[in-house]
Design a protein around this ligand. Structure first.
Ligand SMILES: Nc1ncnc2c1ncn2[C@@H]1O[C@H](C[S@+](CC[C@H]([NH3+])C(=O)[O-])CC(=O)[O-])[C@@H](O)[C@H]1O
Length: 297
């Protein structure tokens, strides 16, 4: 597959009529000397015109992943992504590694991962809006992060292999999860690892929930496995080791409606009389975080 042709083709997405005005917002950002602090909130300080920054950031809504503070503008994103990042933080060390984040959204995790001084950081996400949010933040952060408007399906054709691949919150969106796991496998160098999270259901059987048309009001969720079924998928994809790192139930403080998104959030996705269930009557979203090893030899 010729990725350069695809890249060229996807550059055109930036001229879509809903995206082009947002590109102008990014192109008009001022050149300023900035101080960047990588903590739970990615903080950028400089001599900003705070009203202008606020108005520009608002135009790039919805903001799902973060939070960010730019001057006095606090982008209170739908997700407090620091919770997932901090849960995973004890389980990786990225020093001098080639790292990819698949489904990187606006790059929040990659901005934080810079604290480890990886050799390289590449984000894959086929969303022109999220890339524009990344460009907005990175205009001030000035990182070397590479953002590819590509999907997980392109990873196996990518020009370089990776030592660590993060793939968080993507597997349940794929209609062929084993094929996706194989694509991650092929994206790794020999000794590589994948850190992945996905929704799971409780149970000792090797079983899977197949939602009828939506899960937690999300339409494109195909399979929600037990941990044992997930392990089987991973072994079938070729990984030699499957290690459960953490499990968590999404709480209202992690995903909630803020003034930086339109529409609904977690509180509208759960049964109002029983928060252990989704509105569809399925078990409420719980996530398992795993490490997959390509080859131990
Ligand atoms: N083919 C594709 N390949 C890769 N990514 C894709 C594709 N299609 C859509 N996406 C992207 O995958 C991300 C899924 S969100 C996870 C974000 C982050 N990782 C998180 O864990 O918070 C889901 C969630 O938060 O549950 C979005 O940014 C999509 O644009």
């Amino acid at each position: 597959m010729n990725l350069d042709e695809l890249r060229k083709d996807r550059e055109k997405w930036m001229r879509w009529k809903n995206i082009a005005p947002l590109r102008e917002v990014v192109d008009a950002l001022p050149e300023l000397e900035c101080k960047v602090e990588l903590s739970d909130i990615v903080k950028i300080s400089a001599n900003f015109d705070d009203n202008a920054i606020y108005e520009s950031a608002k135009l790039l809504m919805p903001w799902r992943k973060g939070p960010f503070l730019i001057g006095e503008t606090f982008i209170d994103t739908e997700w407090q992504s620091n919770i997932k990042y901090n849960l995973l933080r004890p389980h990786f060390n990225l020093k001098d590694k080639r790292v990819a984040d698949i489904g990187c959204n606006n790059g929040y995790y990659m901005f934080r991962m810079q604290e480890d001084s990886p050799k390289s950081l590449v984000g894959f996400d086929p969303s022109p809006l999220y890339k524009t949010q990344f460009d907005f933040i990175n205009h001030f952060v000035k990182s070397n992060i590479v953002y590819e408007l590509l999907g997980v399906e392109h990873l196996e054709f990518y020009e370089e292999k990776f030592d660590t691949i993060f793939c968080l919150g993507v597997l349940y969106h794929r209609s062929d999860p084993v094929a996706m796991l194989k694509q991650l496998f092929k994206g790794l160098d020999k000794k590589g690892e994948v850190i992945l999270d996905t929704f799971y259901i409780e149970g000792d059987d090797e079983m899977c929930l197949c939602p009828e048309s939506s899960y937690s009001k999300i339409p494109n969720i195909y399979f929600v496995p037990t941990i044992k079924a997930l392990k089987n998928w991973c072994l079938r994809a070729g990984f030699c080791e499957f290690e459960v790192l953490e499990t968590s139930v999404t709480q209202a403080n992690e995903q909630r409606k803020t003034s930086w998104i339109e529409g609904q959030s977690l509180e509208d996705f759960l049964d109002p009389n029983d928060s252990s269930k989704t509105v569809e009557g399925y078990p409420a979203p719980a996530r398992v975080y795993v490490r997959l090893i390509k080859d131990k030899s």
